[in-house]
Design a protein around this ligand. Structure first.
Ligand SMILES: Nc1nc2c(ncn2[C@@H]2O[C@H](COP(=O)(O)OP(=O)(O)OP(=O)(O)O)[C@@H](O)[C@H]2O)c(=O)[nH]1
Ligand SMILES: [Zn+2]
Length: 213
């Protein structure tokens, strides 16, 4: 099949709407891909039940779940003058991301700590930042690293440490078909042994109290 024939196969009725590419996200390609995937699994993409799936829902879902690759979607990390230089620890931030190997979700929690230098950030921004970074196709290791280095830069922090524990649907629903937890850690900037111990203690205390809930 030559490339012209291949292109012809991608044509379909757009209902008269203009579908120009969005900044950093190609809606047209997402539609073509989703349509082809339906065909690959033996579904007729023009059936009423799945027409909107490839035409609207999957592209919109992908646009949302890749927000973390677009800087303009980053939450505003408003900072204010630091009132402490000791570690700020936030435990059990919900985390939902997508593995770049199988395009399936991995879900879990992130524990995040930073030592302010001259600036502090609103606590909710730590949650928003983890959510934003998670919205990309990635690996758990790379995501953990990205959260640590990204936060260190955003907050001009003395140091940042991040621990992520997650379960990968690609290991649960297919492949080894086993549900396990994976834990990854990353650090950026400079932390003292006392900072690390305080972080570990907070995570331990949090996990112990979560287990009795
Ligand atoms: N290191 C790492 N591996 C991951 C992550 N998400 C999924 N994987 C692994 O990616 C690997 C892909 O392995 P491959 O052998 O290339 O692909 P596969 O044949 O689908 O592998 P199986 O999952 O073992 O069936 C699997 O071992 C997954 O467990 C992640 O975030 N980090
Ligand atoms: Zn995977």
């Amino acid at each position: 099949m030559d490339s012209q024939e291949q292109q012809a196969e991608f044509q379909y009725d757009t209902g008269g709407e203009t579908t120009g590419p969005m900044a950093g996200f190609d809606e047209q390609k997402a539609r073509e891909g989703a349509r082809l995937l339906l065909e690959a699994v033996g579904r007729n993409p023009d059936e009423a039940g799945v027409y909107d799936t490839w035409y609207r829902r999957v592209p919109a879902m992908l646009e949302t779940l890749t927000e973390g690759t677009r800087h303009e979607e980053k939450p505003v990390m408003r900072t204010f003058e630091a009132e402490t230089d000791s570690l700020v620890v936030k435990t059990s931030i919900p985390l939902h991301s997508m593995c770049e190997h199988h395009l399936l979700p991995f879900d879990g929690v992130a524990h995040v700590a930073y030592r302010p230098d001259e600036e502090m950030v609103g606590l909710s921004k730590l949650i928003r930042y983890v959510r934003w970074q998670s919205r990309q196709l990635t690996t758990q290791e790379a995501l953990t690293h990205d959260i640590a280095t990204g936060l260190a830069e955003e907050l001009n922090a003395g140091g940042v440490t991040v621990e992520v524990t997650a379960t990968h649907m690609c290991e649960v629903m297919r492949g080894v078909e086993t549900a396990t937890e994976t834990t990854t850690r990353a650090e950026a900037g400079s932390l003292t042994d006392a900072d690390r111990e305080q972080f570990r203690e907070s995570v331990r205390r949090h996990s112990a109290s979560a287990a009795t809930r």
